[in-house]
Design a protein around this ligand. Structure first.
Ligand code: FEO
Length: 173
């Protein structure tokens, strides 16, 4: 059974996923202002992915007979000290998202809501990937410290990430 508590918590998570999209778009704008198009493209791709995550929750709430209730999204930060500071901020943000997904799983267990537990398993796996991808970039950047040449190379590497709309398209059909 999809309880009111679960519905409220899932609606709250829609807000978090959309805030994540907003945050990453703000980071993309910061990178654009520094003329780092690869970092910017990577963040835009991430923002699309976060919107897809929000839509997964949106669809699941509807499928369970609940009601989607959108909440206000906070303004994200717009300035950081350095590109490294941005990626560290993003990594910490993903850790917070992981904590929230784990809390949702615990709630679904308490509510004996098996369908929600199965649904949330996808997000638990996804969060491992998310922390790993942000963590790898942070590790690389810490290694090269303030070298502009290395930053330029990382920027070129990040530019190879495609903005993949497939998942989002599937969720909005
Ligand atoms: Fe939707 Fe990056 O977590």
């Amino acid at each position: 059974m999809f309880t009111e508590k679960m519905e409220k918590a899932f609606n709250e998570q829609i807000k978090w996923e959309l805030y994540s999209a907003y945050l990453y778009l703000s980071m993309a704008a910061y990178f654009d202002s520094l003329n780092l198009p690869g970092f910017s493209k990577w963040m835009k791709a991430q923002a699309v992915e976060e919107t897809m995550h929000a839509m997964k929750f949106y669809n699941f709430i509807n499928e369970r007979g609940g009601k989607v209730d959108l909440e206000a999204i906070d303004k994200p930060p717009t300035e950081w000290e350095s590109p490294l500071a941005v990626m560290e901020y993003a990594l910490n943000h993903e850790k917070e998202v992981t904590r929230r997904i784990n809390n949702l799983m615990e709630l679904a267990q308490q509510e004996k809501d098996h369908a929600s537990q199965i649904f949330l398993q996808w997000f638990i796996t996804e969060q491992v990937e998310e922390e790993d991808s942000f963590g790898s970039i942070v590790a690389q950047m810490r290694l090269v410290k303030d070298s502009p040449e290395a930053l330029f190379m990382i920027d070129r590497e990040l530019a190879s990430r495609n903005i993949d709309f497939t998942g989002l398209t599937q969720e909005v059909q």
